[in-house]
Write a protein of this length. Structure first.
Length: 356
């Protein structure tokens, strides 16, 4: 099949650790290669190299660790990759890649960046690209307020349905969780609202003695959250499950999924929770309303408010018909959450640049 475009994705790694930025980039690379484009990924490598190879995506070793020695080598390596691959489009998914591609690249290609964590100070550097993809309306507004021209900005919402990283949802075997099961799948970071979720569970736990809380994920703040649980009388009902490569097995057995984030550009896991048919509660911040059809597919609550979260948990746990209704709502209007749509809209951004 004729290669229409040479597309080079640049990111730090391709490890399977639940990193949404990596997951989006891998999905795009596979879909673009499947469509007949010549696609490369430059990173330090990781678990997804095998999947990329399966789809015909070339992987180039590129170590972008932020030390003078590594960055000097990264510049030379990146320039070598560009000479060899001859990209029409370089799509940088992280800040260091944007700087490499803009400052040390050439004028033969167009540069696209995707902004996820716009709350980081370094996100402003993503604006160096010729086009800046925002993963939600909130990210677009924030980047515009920080000085990125509206002419550069394009919104492409995230999605996970039909991801090459996973099987059809029907092929996963649900775990035998203790129920009613309340679950979050998130990095163990304070910004994910894990502390508030634990506190909210402890507020409702006395009235629902069979309810259990499952915290699926890993991260640097996990020790703090474990210490919080150690002081709770419900220690035996709160489960730290660490990172799981197949979170679908948890979601399929979950009664109520919670994403209590304080900051959340979009939240790929909301797409996965909707597909699995969970009743969803999530913070009304950033890109979460976009992911939940402005509250039609999940209950939106104030962030950093464990009492409000506990109140909604109590309502769902005590009313099976309400819980069933929100499970059904989650699975309505799912088609737009497909990787196919994400790729098509991303390709439209590329075409703008190569035809201008």
């Amino acid at each position: 099949m004729r290669c229409v475009l040479h597309i080079l994705h640049v990111l730090n790694h391709v490890q399977e650790i639940g990193n949404g930025i990596v997951n989006v980039a891998v999905d795009l690379a596979c879909w673009q290669a499947k469509a007949g484009h010549c696609v490369g990924v430059a990173s330090v490598g990781g678990d997804y190299e095998a999947l990329l190879k399966q789809y015909g995506v070339q992987h180039f070793q590129l170590d972008q660790r932020r030390s003078p020695t590594h960055l000097f080598k990264a510049v030379r390596t990146y320039q070598s990759v560009v000479r060899k691959f001859q990209p029409h489009i370089v799509h940088a998914h992280m800040m260091t890649g944007v700087v490499l591609a803009k400052v040390f690249g050439n004028s033969q290609y167009k540069l696209v960046s995707t902004v996820h964590n716009e709350f980081q100070n370094s996100a402003i550097l993503m604006g160096l690209a010729d086009r800046v993809i925002a993963v939600s309306s909130s990210v677009e507004r924030s980047m515009n307020q920080r000085g990125i021209s509206q002419d550069k900005l394009r919104v492409v919402f995230n999605g996970t349905l039909d991801s090459p990283r996973s099987r059809p949802i029907s092929e996963y075997q649900p775990l035998n969780l203790q129920r009613p099961a309340i679950t979050t799948v998130a990095g163990m970071y304070h910004r994910k609202g894990i502390s508030e979720l634990i506190d909210a569970f402890c507020q409702v736990a006395p009235d629902f003695p069979t309810a259990h809380l499952y915290l699926v994920g890993d991260g640097p703040d996990r020790v703090t959250f474990e210490a919080q649980v150690q002081n709770s009388q419900f220690l035996h009902r709160i489960h730290f499950e660490r990172f799981q490569p197949e979170p679908q097995r948890y979601l399929l057995s979950t009664d109520i999924f919670v994403l209590a984030s304080r900051q959340e550009p979009f939240g790929l896991v909301l797409s996965e929770a909707r597909e699995a048919g969970c009743a969803i509660i999530a913070s009304n911040v950033d890109g979460i309303p976009d992911a939940l059809d402005q509250g039609a597919a999940g209950i939106l609550i104030p962030a950093q408010n464990s009492s409000a979260l506990a109140g909604v948990l109590r309502n769902l746990l005590s009313d099976d018909s309400m819980k069933l209704l929100w499970k059904q709502k989650a699975q309505q209007n799912l088609n737009w959450l497909s990787v196919k749509r994400v790729n098509e809209e991303t390709m439209n951004v590329y075409q703008e640049l190569v035809t201008s």
